[in-house]
Design a binder for this molecule. Structure first.
Ligand code: UD1
Length: 437
């Protein structure tokens, strides 16, 4: 039941910001052509929060035009950061006149990534008040590791009225072991530690490329960081960080989603600028399903000319198979001839797309963290409802493979993380339209 409440709550907030649109898809068209990726949402959001760490401007390029980016701009503006678009995909952030250290519930609840404002605010202001994110459609998603890490750096932390209140006249480097390699906790601690006194070592750190991209930006701002991309990150605090320019890495999750679109439709797509080295697990799994994947001139070409084969799949921290592509793979595996087994190890409750896929004719049985998908199922178009960002993409993909017309409502979830998806898919032949609900 908590799942339902979470979804309804975010619907209210999003409705005010974005129109209540739906996507109408007529399936059965193999996608052909080439498609370009946007900048990574998950890299961009913490990078934007890093602007708080300096009183000099940060210029960020390859910023995707997404609802989450808009939420981040709103959050930063509320803190006193001068935030403006200086190009189609370029943002300038200047925190010279920072006047608040308060990240309100209204924004944090719509975008959990706002919680990583805690580290940089504390480092810059000596105090921070950041709402806890609350429930979430894909599980409990606690912030205990963020808090334990920041506390280890010497901050006094209280939980009051749903807010984390942190104080520290000075932060002091420490050795921090993360119980699990949380992406957000690693980023939050990293941003607090860059201005702490002495050396911080984060052990069992997240290795995700987005953590590496944040470290790259922080280094460009003058931070001393080593080991990002490994399990041990070492940070030597500096007194002051300065302005910098940075280009965000391409979105590997968007890349993976488009790869699945090529495979599920039996199409042939060239994905321009795909971050090949970050997609090993995804490429390997798709090849197992029968996809043909080649690299030409640095671009990734994904095609399929034969029946799909079932696979076993387990989501894992990077460099394992990403949980953010699990829902999309489930849509794909409904079309494989045989039984596939998907195990979700990162988030509990991340199978909500399965209920909607069942309504389209999929054969999926869920047992705890495991989903058993039997195929090939004959998918038929239906009105379906998106429950979270990646679930929305899963339903769009199912729609691309289904007979007749599929209508995916609550598209504002999709707008959080996929830039101009309908336009990109139309350009490679998909019959997809956006319409008011
Ligand atoms: C980030 C990504 C999200 C992705 C996830 C896992 C962003 C903005 N979001 O989310 O798209 O699905 O990584 O790759 O980058 N946990 C705790 N305590 C904590 C923090 C996390 O127990 O304090 C648990 C979570 O419940 C979850 C696991 O750790 O089971 C991984 O979560 P985490 O890596 O923190 O995900 P996010 O940073 O929230």
């Amino acid at each position: 039941m908590s799942v339902q409440r979470g979804a309804a709550a975010s619907a209210g907030a999003a409705g005010a910001l974005f129109p209540m649109d739906k996507m109408i898809i007529r399936g059965g068209v193999p996608l052909r052509g080439s498609v370009a990726l946007s900048g990574s949402k998950n890299a961009c959001l913490p990078i934007m929060m890093a602007s708080v760490l300096t009183d000099e401007p940060l210029v960020i390029r390859d910023v995707p035009r997404l609802r989450d980016v808009r939420t981040a701009m709103e959050l930063l503006t509320g803190l006193g950061v001068a935030a403006r678009w200086t190009g189609d995909h370029e943002v300038e952030l200047n925190a010279r006149h920072l006047h608040s250290h308060d990240a309100p519930y209204e924004l944090v609840k719509t975008m959990r990534a706002s919680f990583v404002a805690l580290g940089p605010l504390l480092a810059r202001c000596g105090r921070a008040r950041v709402s806890t994110p609350g429930g979430c459609a894909i599980g409990a998603r606690p912030v205990n590791l963020h808090i334990a890490g920041i506390r280890a750096l010497g901050a006094r932390i209280q939980l009051r009225n749903g807010y984390v209140e942190a104080h520290a006249a000075t932060l002091t480097g420490a050795r921090i072991w993360l119980d699990n390699p949380s992406v957000g906790a690693t980023e939050n601690i990293m941003m607090a530690a860059v201005r702490a006194r002495g050396i911080t070592v984060i052990e069992n750190a997240a290795r995700e490329p987005e953590v590496q991209d944040l470290a790259r930006l922080l280094r460009a701002m003058g931070a001393q960081i080593e080991g990002a991309g490994t399990h041990v990150i070492e940070i030597e605090g500096v007194e002051r960080l300065h302005g910098a320019e940075h280009s965000v890495i391409p979105d590997r999750i968007e890349a993976g989603s488009l790869m699945v679109a090529a495979v599920i439709t039996g199409g042939d797509l060239v994905i321009k600028g795909a971050p090949l080295d970050q997609l090993d697990a995804v490429i390997a799994k798709l090849i197992e399903t029968g996809a043909e994947i080649t690299v030409a001139n640095g671009d990734l070409r994904v095609a399929r000319n034969r029946p799909l084969m079932p696979v076993e799949l387990r989501t894992l921290p990077y460099p394992g198979f990403p949980t953010d592509l699990q829902a999309q793979m489930m849509a794909l595996l409904t079309q494989a001839a045989g039984t596939s087994v998907i195990t979700e190890t990162i988030f509990e409750n991340r199978f909500m797309h399965a209920q909607e896929l069942l309504r389209m004719g999929a054969d999926i049985v869920m047992k705890g963290p495991t989903a058993i998908v039997r195929g090939p199922a004959h998918l038929t178009g239906a009105p379906v409802m998106a429950t979270d960002l990646r679930a929305s993409m899963s339903l769009i993909l199912a729609g691309l493979a289904a007979d007749n017309t599929t209508e995916v409502s609550r598209v504002y979830h999709l707008d959080r993380g996929y830039e101009a998806l309908d336009q990109k898919l139309r350009a490679v032949g998909a019959q997809i339209e956006r319409a008011p609900e």
